[in-house]
Design a protein around this ligand. Structure first.
Ligand code: PMV
Length: 360
């Protein structure tokens, strides 16, 4: 498929007003997306577990205007209050997707959104927020054009979410989503995320992700700035190739349920992401002392307990602790006894692999 496949033909229905609402989850990348080309095209393919508990709920009430406006007409409410400072980001998003949703300037939109996780938790809400919004807008399009197939609806929602925030395209469906052209993955695309199309062993069913909130402050480096650091980065080419190789390796890992190999790939990906930031110009260290304390504790405990607990990181200091369902009890105890002390205000979020966004 190409971009033009997402430009709709003339709408059939005339809809005066309505309300749509979606709850969309966050996701955690196993092979990381870091570096992009123009129009939110990734420099390398990535894969993620869709999460369940960490989610954004967005409702859009839409009313048809007397005549098409020159600019977007919308208001934004966040957790029950008007939120002017989010509006520029939404305007940029709407501009980017206008070509694919030609109805946008014909409606006034009241967008109300809230997160299941605390706002100042250092957890990025862009993936869940942009995917929830993309789904609401697609639902409006579906009302204007009821012939839209489910397959195109899902792909286009992912396509639009990607234009808001790259990783958001991996939040529409679950439970494992791949995004970005990868020779060895049939149907993979730079334009939208796809459900991982190959066999996945039961070891990866109901996988857990406990998110340790090490630093709840504002992100030191926005992801836009972060991705740009990969331009002219001395290790960029090797890194992009490595992501392809790690996806190749994951294929047999998922099939066989090989948790030992899984850990190697996932932890190496997390540290590589941070290594890229440490070796760019300007350079950043986004881990905090407690991030390293936690990583060392996980390594020590894994060795001692013979469990398969491992970590991954986003572009920040928080740690995602990943472990299989059958080791839940012992790992939860370990987290409470040994890791929670390293969290800001002892805060952490128990999440797990999930199955994608829901219409409410
Ligand atoms: O979607 P963005 O532009 O915020 O980028 C997200 C990048 C990482 O979270 C660091 C990795 C990933 O693949 O999700």
């Amino acid at each position: 498929m190409t971009e033009t496949d997402f430009i709709p033909s003339a709408y059939k229905n005339d809809v005066k007003e309505g309300v749509v609402c979606y709850k969309s989850p966050s996701n955690i990348a196993l092979v990381k997306y870091w570096g992009k080309k123009e129009n939110q095209i990734p420099q390398n393919p990535s894969i993620s577990f869709t999460l369940d508990a960490c989610a954004t709920t967005t409702q859009i009430a839409f009313t048809k205007l007397e005549k098409e406006a020159d600019d977007f007409s919308f208001d934004l409410w966040f957790e029950g209050k008007p939120k002017e400072d989010f509006k520029p980001k939404i305007t940029i998003f709407l501009k980017r997707i206008e070509k694919y949703l030609p109805f946008l300037k014909s409606y006034y939109l009241k967008i109300e959104t809230s997160n299941s996780f605390p706002h100042s938790s250092g957890i990025a809400s862009s993936a869940s927020g942009m995917s929830a919004m993309a789904l609401c807008l697609m639902d409006i399009e579906k009302q204007l054009n009821p012939d839209l197939s489910d397959d195109l609806f899902t792909k286009k929602a992912s396509f639009l979410a990607r234009l808001g925030s790259g990783s958001a395209c991996r939040s529409i469906e679950g439970d494992i989503i791949q995004w970005g052209v990868h020779k060895e993955t049939e149907g993979s695309s730079d334009l939208f995320g796809i459900k991982y199309p190959y066999e996945v062993h039961n070891n990866f069913k109901n996988f857990h992700d406990t998110i340790l909130l090490v630093d709840k402050g504002q992100k030191q480096v926005s992801s836009t700035v972060g991705h740009n650091l990969m331009y002219n980065h001395p290790y960029a080419t090797q890194r992009f190739n490595q992501a392809h190789e790690n996806l190749n390796k994951l294929k047999s890992v998922f099939k066989k349920g090989d948790l030992v190999e899984f850990i190697k790939i996932v932890e190496s990906e997390a540290l590589t992401l941070h290594a890229m930031m440490m070796t760019s110009m300007p350079y950043f260290i986004l881990m905090k002392p407690n991030t390293l304390e936690i990583i060392n504790k996980i390594w020590e405990f894994r060795e001692k307990s013979r469990t398969h607990v491992c970590f991954t990181l986003d572009a920040g200091a928080n740690v995602h602790v990943l472990y299989p369902e059958n080791e839940k009890a012992v790992v939860n105890q370990f987290i409470k006894d040994e890791l929670v002390v390293f969290c800001e205000n002892q805060q952490y979020i128990c999440d797990r692999i999930g199955f994608g966004a829901k219409k409410l």
